[in-house]
Design a protein around this ligand. Structure first.
Ligand SMILES: Cc1ncc(COP(=O)(O)O)c(C=O)c1O
Length: 404
């Protein structure tokens, strides 16, 4: 055994049993369980020991693999899901696919950094209600909010439920798939539905690169803008760099800047994690989906649940519910039994203090479902290591809370 093999053997010994594949319901119901094992750490160590740690081969390989999985031609990895949403919108403006001041429809119930980047890219966020059965954007509410300046929709696949985006065929359809890895809508995997899509690989997501994210798209010109804007605005990773270089002979191509960019790059450590985690995803996804279906059956008479919609495959990110009566007491009852809870993402984002400071953001239509989510919604964790026992424990706890 050479030294590298010895190191790998030690890591395997040290990390035996990880990632967690099966968790006992009696030991609680956390939001996150250790999501990686020896293979990810060995991949990351290879990068560290080689000293090639800044964005390189491993990131490129993961980008290609994830884009292929989503059915998109290009993947551009970044350092978070929030960065992916920001980069996607900035690149759409950079390429003229959207213009400053264009209105973008955004569901009121989503994560904060689905909304904020719309305004950060110079676009106007228009908040619309979510559907009471899916918690994703409601096409009727969206239709009522449209004006002649509406150009795009940000379809958020909330907590693993793929959004119905069929009604938006005349708009630029963008996906926020940060919490819906592998979900399927009418035979199409999320990420491959819209003109561009954003993913998060944060620690608690279906697969993780610790922090990380990616934009996938089939549009090569957009992919080039994404690559420049991700890394200082320079030309290096663009497929059309030869043309740029020829057009600017007076500038050293190593430091040729072609767009007003950011630095949102990931590291090779993240790339190494992504490559291993992507291989684990299909089996993990099956268990999350089965949990979602099973827990909907087990809890449906106690709380409002959100079963997989017909023609879709739910990715079971977290398990949302609406409770009657006092939400705080339901959360307290769950937490007392080691079942971690959170509100449903930002709930009605228009009611968050930051909303009034989002330039131009508008709420032209009523948001009754978002309001209900705001007051009565909560989620608990779903995880590939959980099973029917976790559903039974949720049932027992919620039945006792309701005095049944
Ligand atoms: C719908 C949605 N968008 C964006 C994000 C932001 O991703 P990140 O935490 O990687 O920045 C999240 C995070 O959970 C999310 O759920």
């Amino acid at each position: 055994m050479d030294r590298r093999q010895q190191i790998a053997a030690l890591v395997r010994e040290e990390m035996a049993g990880l990632p967690v594949e099966q968790a006992d319901a009696d030991r609680g119901h956390p939001l996150v369980l250790a999501p990686y094992g020896a293979d990810e750490v060995i991949g990351a160590l290879e990068a560290l020991l080689s000293t090639r740690v800044t964005m390189g081969e491993k990131v490129r390989a993961f980008e290609a693999e994830w884009a292929r999985y989503c059915g998109a031609a290009h993947g551009v990895m970044v350092n978070s899901g929030s960065s992916a949403v920001l980069l996607m919108l900035a690149a759409l403006v950079e390429t003229g696919r959207l213009r400053p001041g264009d209105e973008v429809l955004c569901p009121a119930v989503t994560w904060s950094t689905s909304l904020f980047p719309i305004a950060q890219a110079g676009l106007v966020p228009v908040m619309v209600d979510v559907n009471e059965r899916t918690l994703c954007i409601d096409p009727d509410s969206a239709a009522a909010a449209r004006t002649e300046r509406t150009r795009a929709v940000l379809g958020v696949h909330l907590l693993g439920q793929p959004a119905d985006l069929d009604a938006f065929a005349d708009l630029l359809v963008l996906e926020d798939a940060c919490g819906a890895h592998g979900a399927v809508y009418k035979g199409r995997r999320v990420g491959g539905i819209g003109a561009a899509s954003a993913f998060s690989f944060f620690f608690s997501h279906h697969i993780s690169t610790i922090e990380g994210g990616m934009v996938v798209t089939g549009d090569e010109e957009l992919a080039n803008a994404l690559r420049s804007l991700r890394a200082h605005g320079w030309v290096r990773e663009r497929s059309d760099r030869a043309a740029w270089t020829a057009a600017c002979p007076q500038i050293d191509p190593r430091f040729l800047f072609v767009s007003p960019g950011y630095n949102l790059r990931p590291t090779e450590i993240a790339g190494a994690f992504g490559l291993v985690q992507a291989r684990r995803l299909p089996a993990w996804l099956e268990r999350r989906r089965a949990n979602h279906a099973d827990w909907c059956r087990q809890l449906g008479d106690l709380v409002t649940v959100f079963p997989e919609a017909a023609g879709t495959e739910h990715a079971g990110f977290a398990f949302p519910m609406l409770v009657e009566g006092d939400r705080a007491s339901a959360m307290a009852a769950l937490e007392a039994r080691g079942i971690e809870t959170r509100p449903i993402s930002g709930s009605n984002l228009a009611r968050q203090p930051a909303f009034e400071r989002v330039p131009g953001a508008r709420t032209p239509v009523p948001l009754p479902v978002a309001d209900r989510v705001h007051e009565h919604g909560l989620f608990v964790g779903n995880h590939h290591a959980f099973g029917p026992g976790h559903g039974a424990r949720l049932r027992e706890t919620l039945a006792a809370w309701r005095g049944l």
